[in-house]
Design a binder for this molecule. Structure first.
Ligand SMILES: Cc1ncc(C[n+]2csc(CCOP(=O)(O)OP(=O)(O)O)c2C)c(N)n1
Length: 248
């Protein structure tokens, strides 16, 4: 029988612990498929964050290092500088990257560290039970904002891709989404492009992936995909925010 699909070798057989409808699993698969297609599984080191993907080291079939909350870009910097022949990526949520870890990612981009960051933006703190994140939308309910985010005293949500694109050291920045098959395909292309930038030594690359959190958004999986499309994409437009130069 002809094999038409096989799970990427870059993921282990460990069953994901993610909630039904959470798109972390899709994003793991895309990263894994890209690493396999680029032929770098054996020389990749990932840095797992604190957040729902804290157990990413169980799922990626590559060497993984745990970092303390928000510090993945600093840890990845050390790994890449010690052994530049390795492909090094961080995988971080919005609580991790856009809140406690803002300084680390800004300065990794500023120094143009030759690493790739996968930034999973689900507009909430997932692991800890749905607290408001810097990325939570105006009016969006969170356990720490039961009446919805009020920009008057919480400010407007932080747009990480737009912000990092202003940093000269950032080489490739793109925002994608995984709410439907067409966008999942685009997301994979973007992730591949980011790793290609690293392979060509072009410096810091980041892909922001808009993602769901049905459990903490209080929705079922189908509703959460629609909520992402209707509410997140208008505030967080998809597209390339920085592209230093074309990489063949
Ligand atoms: C120093 C420190 N502060 C706070 C926490 C608690 N904490 C764990 S995960 C998390 C936020 C996770 O949210 P996010 O990064 O958006 O990832 P998600 O779980 O939504 O995938 C927080 C605040 C911690 N573990 N360590």
């Amino acid at each position: 029988m002809a094999i038409i699909f096989q799970k990427t070798k870059a993921l282990t057989d460990q069953q994901f612990h993610y909630c039904p409808g959470c798109t972390h699993g899709i994003i793991h698969r895309l990263v894994g498929e890209v690493l396999e297609e680029l032929g770098v599984i054996g020389k990749t080191i990932g840095v797992a964050p604190v957040g729902c993907s804290v157990l990413a080291y169980k799922y990626f079939n590559v060497d993984m290092q745990e970092a303390s909350h928000g510090r993945a870009p600093a840890v990845a910097t050390g790994i890449k500088r010690v052994d530049p022949s390795k492909i090094v990526f961080t995988y971080q949520g919005d609580g991790d990257l856009a809140s406690i870890g803002t300084a680390e990612v800004v300065h990794a981009a500023h120094r143009s560290e030759n690493i790739t960051t996968i930034f999973v933006n689900n507009a909430i703190y997932g692991m800890t039970g749905g607290q408001m994140a810097p990325t939570t939308l105006p009016g969006q309910k969170a356990t720490t904002a039961p009446n919805g985010r009020d920009p008057k005293h919480c400010g407007m949500p932080l747009k990480i891709s737009e912000m990092l694109a202003t940093i000269p050291g950032a080489s490739y920045i793109e925002r994608v989404s995984v709410h439907d098959p067409a966008n999942i395909r685009k997301a994979k292309k973007a992730i591949k492009k980011a790793f290609e930038y690293q392979l060509s030594g072009k410096g810091f690359s980041l892909i922001e992936v808009l993602s769901t959190c049905p459990t903490n958004w209080g929705m079922n999986p189908t509703q959460s995909l629609k909520w992402l499309e209707d509410n997140m994409i208008p505030y967080y437009p998809l597209g390339i925010y920085k592209k230093l130069e074309e990489v063949e």
